[in-house]
Design a protein around this ligand. Sequence first.
Ligand SMILES: *Cc1c(COP(=O)(O)O)cnc(C)c1O
Length: 420
Amino acid sequence: MTLTLPQQLAIHGGTPIAAAINKPVWPPVSPATAERLKDIYLTGKWSFGAAEEQAFSQEFAEYHGAKYGIFMANGTVTLQCALQAYEIGPGDEVIVPALTWIATAMAVLEVGATPVFVDIEKSTLCLDPALLEAALTPRTRAIIPVHILGGMADLDAILEIAERNNLIVIEDCAHGHGGKWKNRGLGSWGHVGSFSFQQTKTMASGEGGICITSDERIAERLYCLKHIGYGPHATQGKAATTPNTDLQCHNYRATEFQAVILRDQLKELPELMEKYQANAARLETLLQDVPGIRIQAKGRCATTQNYYGWSFQLGEEFDGIPFEDVENALKAEGLECSGTYGPVYDHLLWNIAPERYRVPEGGCPVADIISTQCTVAMAHFWLGSDEATIEAIAAAITKVALNADALRAAHAERELEAVG
Ligand SMILES: *Cc1c(COP(=O)(O)O)cnc(C)c1O
C-alpha cells in the first residue's frame, strides 16, 4: 500500500472507510443443515448419545489428531471435567495464563484447586514458558495453556517442562479449532484438549464443547463425568457398574441438534481455515510497512493457524494516546474491533477472593499492558471477508495509524480543556 498524506479521520469529521466494509454472516447458516435439523426434530431423538453425536465426536477428534471425543454442554465444563478426570482438586495448583477468558481459571476453582496466573509472551499473547518454572510449587499438578486469538502457545517448551515436572497439560482450545501445530491438531498434544462451540467461536452451535484425548481410560472417565456416571457403552437407566468413588459426575450432556450443526461445519472447516489464512496473510502484507502496527505472532510451529480473532498491537508511534481514542477512531472508520479480555484477575466478572488464587509478585505486566493498552482485536469472521472488505480493513487501520499525531493532538487539547 502506498503511504500518502493522511486523509482526515472520520472521528474528526472526515469521510469514514465504512462504505467498503461488508460484514460476513456469522454463524454460518445453511439450508442443507436446516433440513437435517428438521429430520432430527421430527424423529424426536433430541437428546445425547445418538448417531450424529457419535459421528461428530469421532470425526472432530480424528481431525485434531486424537482418538476420542467427548461432547459436552460447553467449553467451561470440558475444562472442569478434564481436571476432575485427573483427580485434580483441593490443595492442588493449576497454572493458567494471565490473559484468557475467565472460564479457564473459573474451571480450576470449580474443582476446588487454586489457579496460579503466569504472564504471557508479548509476541503470541500466550502463556510465557520462560516464566512457567518459577511459578511451579510441589503442589502444582497441571498447566492449562490457551491458544489465544490468532496465536499458539509454545507447546515445545510447555510440554518439555510438564514432562520434566510430571504435570498434566490441558490445552484450552476454545480459540483453536482447526489449528495444526507441526501438522497435528491442537488439543492432541496435551493430555486433554478442550474446545468450546459457543456462538462466537470458530465452530459454533450456540453452546457446546468437547474434550479430545487419546487415552482410553481418561476418555471413559470424561464420559462418566458428563453423563452422571454412565460409561460410553452403558444403556441409560441400566447402570451395570457404580462409577469410581473418586468421580463426582454431572449432567453436562449436549443435544443431537448441536451435533448436526457442528458435523456440517466440520466439513467446511478446512476451507474456512484456508480462507482465514489467506486473508490474514493479505492483511499482513497490506500493513507490513504501516508505522505503529504489529501483527500478533502466530506461534513457532503452526502449520495451520487457529483464528478466534485477528489482532495487532500498537507500537510506540501511538504513545501518549489513550487506547480508547484509537479504538474509537477505528470504530468511526467502520471497523468493528475491541481490546482483549485483560488479565483475568482484573476482569469485572472475576469476583473471587484473593486468597483463592495466586498472581506473581509484581503482577503480570505484559498481560496487563499489552492486553489493555495496546492490543486491538477483530472477530475471526472478518477473515472470511471478500477482497474489497479486506482492503478496506487495512485502509482503515492505515488511516488511523497515519493520523496518530492528530489523535495525540486532539487528546492533548481535551486534557487542556479539562484543566482550564
Ligand atoms: C469461550 C472460552 C471458554 C469457555 O467456553 P464456553 O463454551 O463459553 O463455556 C474457555 N476458554 C476460552 C479461552 C474461551 O474463549
